[in-house]
Design a binder for this molecule. Sequence first.
Ligand code: FMN
Length: 368
Amino acid sequence: MSTDSLFKPFSLKSLNIKNRIVMAPMTRSFSPNGVPGENVATYYRKRAEGEVGLILSEGTVIDRVSSSNDANIPHFYGAESLAGWQKVINEVHAGGAQMGPQIWHMGVMDNHHSGWVPSQPFEGPSGLNRPGFNNGNTMTEKDIEDTIIAYGKAAADAKRLGFDTVEIHGAHGYLIDQFFWEGTNERTDIYGGKTLAERTRFGVEVIKEVRRQVGEDFALIIRLSQFKPAAYDYKLAKTPQEMEAWLNPLVDAGVDILHCSQRRFWEPEFEGSDLNFAGWAKKLTGKATITVGSVGLSGDFFGAFAGESSQATSLDELTRRMDRGDFDLVGVGRPLLSDPSWTQKIHEGRTSELKGFSKEALGELVLD
Ligand SMILES: Cc1cc2nc3c(=O)[nH]c(=O)nc-3n(C[C@H](O)[C@H](O)[C@H](O)COP(=O)(O)O)c2cc1C
């Protein structure tokens, strides 16, 4: 089957991408004291030179004392870290791709295995990382207000440094998702509530502030997932109606692109249709969407964390859905960790050279 549809350009506001391949955000923990160095800039440049259209950075944390649980995860604040990011975007542009940072606050976390902890307790809607596991503070209204401002500041800095978009990390059980999920949001004020639509309020306020900071013409992405690491098969939105009530307020607040994180992109979201999460999100909101999850690989990313390898697989089902108009862009994670030239190989039909994924790639910044 032809992969031509993956190599059509895409434009939306500040984005002018040469193809539909998006490097998915992947935490690498190679930025000591939160500062991305030359090695990180080179790592991203190699993916740009390998023909990725849009790179989304690894999650990079906002200016809150306890926004991270790992001293090697990059900050998106402070002169030294921002100077590091300036090098990254310059290198990526020189390599021919566009890029946005993934703006992140982890919320309440497990303590990191390194033993490093932030100087203040983790913070979240109710101090919970998952039901029954409290490992932090319940945010006050002032904490919430300051956090929203910190998201906006990071987005403004991204634009100022020359990034082409920003992605707000609203997925995978981190801060914004901790507000969405009833299992971690027990608040009785305006940031809590019985319905998912009510618990979307914090996310909506973050998006409004980010939009206010970057202006109307800058493309704004939010990443969302139904699952959480603490609940793999959980669905925040159990019906299309619930999904609509979750997504539309975020879109009304200023989201341009919904990045719909799934473990396996081919899995239907609701019974009675083969549409996946990105397919439903596009249908319900009319907005552009990114699909992601085991594109071109036989096993999913939770398997990878458990040490499993994956083999390269066909892109036929992906292109079938793309050609049908289910989504606009395609997120690719692990294949690009192991192989900076993955996109180019697909483009040139060099499928016999695709490498698959092995866990060794998690331990280094692969450059060739
Ligand atoms: C090493 C690694 C780190 C990741 N870090 C992040 C992250 O910082 N932010 C995020 O939203 N997703 C993160 N993910 C999830 C990926 O963005 C992606 O959704 C997932 O790997 C599925 O895509 P794949 O099957 O193509 O790898 C990470 C995945 C991996 C393998």
